[in-house]
Write a protein that binds this ligand. Structure first.
Ligand SMILES: [Zn+2]
Length: 112
């Protein structure tokens, strides 16, 4: 019996969470993403992540870990070469461009 764990903002988000759960040994099913291609009326972001009821609390814990992990929130994209780097880097490892001030955005709502 599957139970809904997480309502994803978009397909990429669902895949990110599923990948994390699978790395924790928990199988997860994404529902909804294929409907967007098949029917065409449903929005792409209408997808959710389902896990077996027996693993639900484990999955919930894994999800919490993922959502609170700074590494997953702090990714930024290099404005010069488009490379993705973690927030712990203050410059692009690929081309050396400095991290843009607004990078990593939503984790710090403070305004300067
Ligand atoms: Zn770069």
């Amino acid at each position: 019996m599957l139970k809904r764990l997480y309502a994803a903002r978009h397909v990429t988000d669902a895949h990110l969470v599923r990948g994390h759960l699978e790395s924790c040994g928990i199988a997860a099913t994404i529902r909804g993403e294929w409907l967007a291609g098949g029917i065409g009326e449903l929005p792409l972001d209408a997808c959710s992540l389902w896990v077996d009821e027996a693993r639900f609390s484990e999955a919930e814990q894994a999800l919490r870990d993922l959502l609170s992990a700074p590494a997953d929130r702090g990714l930024w994209t290099c404005p010069r070469c488009g490379e993705t780097a973690g927030n712990q880097f203050s410059a692009c490892w690929q081309c050396g461009a400095e991290k843009p001030a607004q990078a990593g955005g939503d984790s710090s709502p403070s305004t300067a």
